[in-house]
Ligand binder design. Structure first.
Ligand SMILES: C[S@@+](CC[C@H](N)C(=O)[O-])C[C@H]1O[C@@H](n2cnc3c(N)ncnc32)[C@H](O)[C@@H]1O
Length: 209
């Protein structure tokens, strides 16, 4: 009972902080998206939409901190493209290993008239793409679950095949220092922002320094 009350209070606090408009948008989004999750057999995680998920908002803001014009932005592990869709760039490429998520993202794109290009795959697919210069590569909500060596290998392969100006990645406080230790080798950290909701840090690295 005590735990249930605590969870309810937390939900109320989070809803208050996002504001009534965002909560209404999130609820409407869930109602519309639920049938699509069934049709596309997508992971229910993706019902956690933009309007009441703070780290996604922070990621979009942090993309705005990249100096200069964003010509090409890529997100690996893009899900439905909640973040990518909101980052202003001439070209936006989204990759995800989950075929269902990509089909779902493409459907939403047609429906909402967005302009992101979604493809099934991971770093291998981004590396195979014809783009040579990328202003920002985003990895949000999954990279920190992967083993250190795997992360290092992917970053090495990416940075040796493309000219990447900035990378954005997140980490949980209990892992603090782990992602930084890996990324400090590949670039210079220029920003770190805290997400109050999931209590994680979003890091922006300059990778062509
Ligand atoms: C928690 S979701 C986050 C989605 C999106 N980045 C966002 O924040 O809205 C993590 C996504 O990463 C994808 N993913 C997991 N491992 C991956 C990998 N090795 N390569 C590419 N995508 C991956 C999952 O399929 C899932 O869609």
């Amino acid at each position: 009972m005590h735990i249930a009350m605590k969870q309810l209070n937390r939900k109320i606090m989070v809803a208050r902080r996002h504001g009534a408009n965002n909560v209404a948008m999130a609820l409407a989004g869930k109602v519309l998206q639920f049938p699509l999750s069934v049709i596309f057999r997508g992971d229910k995680w993706h019902l956690r939409g933009f309007h009441t998920t703070n780290y996604k908002k922070v990621a979009v803001e942090l993309a705005g901190a990249v100096p200069g014009r964003l010509d090409v932005v890529a997100e690996v592990g893009c899900g439905l493209g909640d973040i990518l869709n909101r980052v202003p760039a001439r070209r936006r490429l989204g990759f995800d290993i989950d075929r269902a998520a990509i089909r779902w993202a493409r459907f939403l794109q047609r429906f909402a008239g967005g302009e992101c290009e979604f493809d099934v795959g991971s770093f291998d697919a981004l590396i195979r793409s014809e783009v040579k210069d990328i202003d920002l590569v985003i990895m949000m909500g999954w990279f920190h679950y992967m083993p250190d060596d795997w992360i290092r290998d992917q970053m090495r392969a990416l940075l040796s095949s493309k000219r990447v100006r900035y990378v954005m990645v997140d980490e949980f406080p209990e892992q603090e220092g782990r992602i930084s230790q890996i990324f400090d080798v590949f670039g210079v950290r220029v920003e770190r922002r805290h997400d109050w909701q999931d209590d994680k840090n979003l890091l922006l690295y300059r990778s062509d320094a």
